[in-house]
Design a protein around this ligand. Structure first.
Ligand SMILES: Cc1ncc(COP(=O)(O)OP(=O)(O)O)c(N)n1
Ligand SMILES: Cc1nc(C(=O)O)sc1CCOP(=O)(O)O
Ligand SMILES: [Mg+2]
Length: 224
């Protein structure tokens, strides 16, 4: 990965059927071309490891073309097998400290948390960043707790000095509000995966969070 810092926009794959019916790799390609520099490969729990491996291998290869980071959600062994840059782990996944022991030095390990004490615990466990939400309600994932809102997000941001990536019901306008509340960045599924133009949606999100496209995208535009 060429990026010298954690990207602020995390584009998460949507592998649900009919969700719309769009190949996740097409969405990933559009998001990378529009300037996204972190893709999280999230597959549905009922999908096989082989399906997760195949998608993660393809995404890792596409990310490498852009110097982008590929993270694998949940499945640490898949991340190891494809040589991904790291993982994202929640309460039902391998603990952050266990993943830290078995992944290569420098691996990016994100941990989900929803309130300050869990954030401090994730920091002690060695998380690189925190995924914090759901900030707003979302239909993308079932079984979530009540949204924590911008106040809940701000409370976690104030509790630890780790980058906080907000998640849950986030579009460009809400991404701006998350940044104002103290979040380092945001993670999205539907705002990109369900967009009529995933590339344009990615560019709008990057502008909203103040993460200008990488220099290679600005080349030739005269922009600095
Ligand atoms: C950036 C980010 N934040 C939170 C999550 C949710 O992860 P988790 O709690 O493991 O739930 P599942 O995604 O596995 O359903 C995430 N994936 N990314
Ligand atoms: C995968 C996931 N995890 C969440 C959490 O709060 O732990 S919310 C979420 C779904 C995010 O999808 P969308 O951007 O379409 O709302
Ligand atoms: Mg998980």
């Amino acid at each position: 990965m060429n990026a010298t810092r954690l990207p602020r926009l995390h584009v998460i794959t949507d592998t649900r059927t009919g969700a719309p019916l769009r190949d996740p790799l097409d969405v990933v390609a559009a998001a990378l071309a529009a300037g996204a520099r972190l893709i999280q490969v999230r597959t549905e729990d009922h999908h096989t490891d082989r399906a997760a491996f195949d998608l993660a291998a393809a995404v890792t290869a596409r990310c490498a073309e852009y110097g982008a980071l590929c993270l694998v959600n949940d499945r640490v062994h898949v991340a190891q097998a494809v040589g991904a840059g790291g993982v994202h782990l929640g309460a039902d996944d391998l603990p952050v400290d266990a993943a830290r022991r078995i992944l290569p030095a420098g691996a990016v390990i994100g941990g989900t948390c929803r309130e300050p004490e869990a954030a401090r615990a994730a920091r002690r466990a060695g998380a690189t960043y925190l995924g914090v939400g759901p900030v707003w309600g979302t239909a993308t994932k079932t079984g979530l707790p009540e949204p924590i809102g911008l106040d809940g997000l701000a409370a976690v941001c104030a509790a630890v000095d780790l980058p906080v990536i907000a998640i849950g019901g986030i579009d460009a306008e809400r991404a701006r509000r998350c940044r104002e509340a103290g979040a380092y960045g945001v993670a999205v599924v539907s705002a990109v995966a369900a967009a009529s133009d995933p590339g344009a949606a990615t560019a709008e999100l990057l502008a909203a969070i103040g993460d200008t496209p990488p220099p290679d995208l600005l080349r030739g535009t005269g922009a600095r």
